[in-house]
Ligand binder design. Structure first.
Ligand SMILES: [Mg+2]
Length: 274
């Protein structure tokens, strides 16, 4: 590594990927520039590991990544000779687990459903066709979206007041929640910020001579903890053309464009100024 290194950490849905089409073609210029400059691009998504792997393949990305809102960090074995503590080795990754076990979440979800008596439905209760209809994912991706390990996405079909009841129930069980663009996420103590902090510290420990600058890009409330821990945070516009107003971070930069359009401009801008 050189003495200075930029690492780009990005949300996927609605940020690098278009909210409706899941295409990253609007960000191709910036993606090409990162490749050219050898800047690591780290995916940090609420998507499942299996879903993220699809995009790693599409983008020939071999970097570590963070799944399920910081549920776990996956570092490819042998990546940059990184040394770190990890919980297990699985499918060629060193896995650092931060989130609760899936079964704990599934059990809690059933309990909450019964106690609150509100119509909530988890991602695993939808058919593949229903997920395709709800999300615009392909059938194959919808199948992969159900492969949950650390968070349980769900939809509340009750009224607005029911939101609070459900959230109180979640907290009373010692669990947590956050909001993505389409689903509420039931989870344990994980968030994107904790995972990004752990991964950044691993980089810093392994490359003590290198001055590392982290760039974070997101669009939704679940990105807030990540945007709080990076050196430079960018918010892209949501599908409707607005910025998520609940995200307030010191020094936050507002990318000029929806999803990948804003992403492209923000990332290209990083290098224009240097
Ligand atoms: Mg998003």
């Amino acid at each position: 590594m050189n003495n200075r290194k930029i690492i780009v950490i990005t949300d996927l849905d609605g940020t690098l990927l278009d909210h409706s089409t899941y295409s990253f073609c609007e960000a191709e210029d910036a993606l090409g520039l990162l490749r050219e400059k050898g800047v690591p691009l780290i995916f940090c998504s609420s998507k499942s590991r299996a879903e993220i792997e699809v995009y790693r393949k599409k983008l020939s990305n071999n970097e570590p990544f963070i799944s399920e809102n910081g549920g776990a960090i996956f570092i490819p074995e042998g990546y940059g000779d990184l040394k770190c503590e990890f919980d297990k080795i699985e499918d060629g990754y060193l896995v650092i687990e931060i989130g609760s076990e899936y079964q704990t979440l599934a059990d809690a979800f059933e309990k909450i459903k019964k106690r609150a008596g509100i119509n909530i439905k988890s991602i695993t209760e939808f058919t593949i066709d229903e997920i395709v209809w709800l999300t615009g994912l392909s059938g194959e991706e919808a199948f992969l979206a159900q492969k949950r390990e650390y968070i349980l996405p769900f939809i509340n079909y009750g009224g607005e007041g029911d939101d609070k009841v459900i959230k109180d129930e979640i907290l009373s069980l010692g669990l947590n929640y956050t909001e993505g663009a389409r689903f509420v996420h039931l989870m344990g103590g994980n968030d994107k910020g904790k995972a990004v902090k752990i991964l950044t510290d691993i980089f810093k420990k392994n490359y003590p001579e290198t001055e590392i600058t982290t760039i974070g890009l997101g669009d939704s409330l679940n990105d807030l903890p990540m945007l709080e821990v990076v050196d430079k945070a960018f918010l892209v516009k949501k599908e409707a053309g607005n910025y998520e107003e609940r995200i307030k971070v010191e020094g936050l930069a507002y990318a000029d464009g929806i999803g990948p359009v804003g992403w492209n401009k923000a990332v290209l801008g990083l290098f224009n100024n240097n």
